[in-house]
Design a protein around this ligand. Structure first.
Ligand code: ADP
Ligand code: MG
Length: 321
């Protein structure tokens, strides 16, 4: 960790909506400058609520938010200069032209059209939208609208870019090109990036830091590599050449299950090897026709967390994670 002022510092943040529902419960979160941070969580976890507060869409019930050391509630105009936000829902004027949306946004930040035009061209080109610059926003496809939101958020060169589920519902090819673009913005412009996602693969690919939000509470907040190194459990799915109807016994593994007569699932912890599984299966005359990982490691961790409600790093250790 560096001693630089954090890009984002959220302290004791609580949000209770007017209907009495508490969507965030005393959340603390620090995102270092230059970081690429994933805020993960299932639907309803409170991700958009947190981003809504950071975007000044609504006020927190309690707590504070600082952007590069500037308090958002006390000094919103300065804090907002640092921020580029891509909300989950499209919120541009559908009748405005693509390029105008960027130029007008720059205008809100006091940047003249003369100054923002080259920036708009650069962003629209990088995001594959330059050919559409004179089209009305409503004429764009869903994926193009998503990219327009990203270009607009970056027009005033924010130091912190926050994206709320930027790749939800986006096809895999476009998702990959968006990943490349975000990585470029992070490294070349030194923009701190926070994204929310429920694609764990996305977080694993992109992000150096990760926090998991569940029912309005932060369950885990750590560096991705530390989290991955803690994950010592892996489940393999083995397809059997012939159906087996009786229970299969395998010694020295963490768990065995038979979801159907031709499928075997074996869970291994650290120190347990697949070799011993195959030796025992062949001794029982069971032939395996193919094998794959059940899910990526983060996916498994995530499921376990959500199912078991594991709350702290200590209980992670207890659970063998
Ligand atoms: P996420 O983005 O992680 O899916 P949200 O922040 O959108 O989660 O929602 C968190 C919880 O707060 C959900 O249970 C949601 O129904 C509730 N919620 C969101 N907005 C409101 C609102 N305006 N009034 C009451 N409850 C809300
Ligand atoms: Mg959301």
């Amino acid at each position: 960790m560096t001693n630089l002022t954090p890009a984002l510092q959220v302290k004791n943040l609580t949000k209770t909506y007017s209907n009495g529902f508490t969507a965030l419960k005393n959340v603390n979160l620090t995102v270092p400058q230059g970081g690429f941070f994933a805020l993960l969580g299932p639907n309803g976890a409170g991700k958009s609520t947190m981003i809504g507060i950071i975007s000044s869409l609504f006020k927190p019930t309690e707590g504070s938010v600082k952007i590069f050391g500037t308090d958002l509630l006390q000094n919103p105009s300065v804090a907002k200069q640092y921020l580029g936000i891509v909300p989950q829902e499209f919120n541009f004027n559908q009748f405005e032209k693509v390029e105008d949306i960027l130029i007008n946004q720059a205008g809100y930040f006091g940047i003249s059209a003369k100054e923002s035009k080259p920036r708009a061209k650069k962003l629209l080109t990088a995001l594959g939208l330059w050919d559409k610059r004179n089209n009305k926003a409503r004429e764009l496809s869903g994926g193009m609208k998503r990219r327009l939101m990203i270009a607009r958020a970056l027009i005033h060169k924010p130091r912190l870019l926050i994206l709320d589920e930027p790749t939800a519902g986006v096809d895999i090819e476009l998702r990959r090109s968006m990943w490349d673009f975000m990585q470029q913005i992070n490294t070349e412009e030194n923009t701190t990036i926070i994204l929310t996602t429920h694609y764990l693969e996305e977080a694993e690919q992109l992000c150096r830091y990760i926090a998991i939000l569940d029912h309005g509470e932060i369950r885990i907040n750590t560096e991705m590599k530390d989290l991955l190194s803690k994950l010592s459990i892996e489940t393999f799915v083995l397809d059997m050449a012939k159906p087996i109807n009786e229970p299969i016994r395998i010694e020295g593994v963490t768990a065995v299950s038979q979801p159907d007569a031709q499928t075997l699932e074996v869970t291994l912890s650290e120190g347990e090897s697949l070799n011993q599984v195959f030796t025992q299966l062949s001794a029982q005359g069971i032939e395996i026709s193919s094998m794959r990982n059940k899910a990526n490691r983060l996916e498994e961790l995530f499921m376990r967390l959500v199912e078991q409600g594991i709350e702290t790093e200590d209980s992670m250790a207890e659970a063998g994670l």
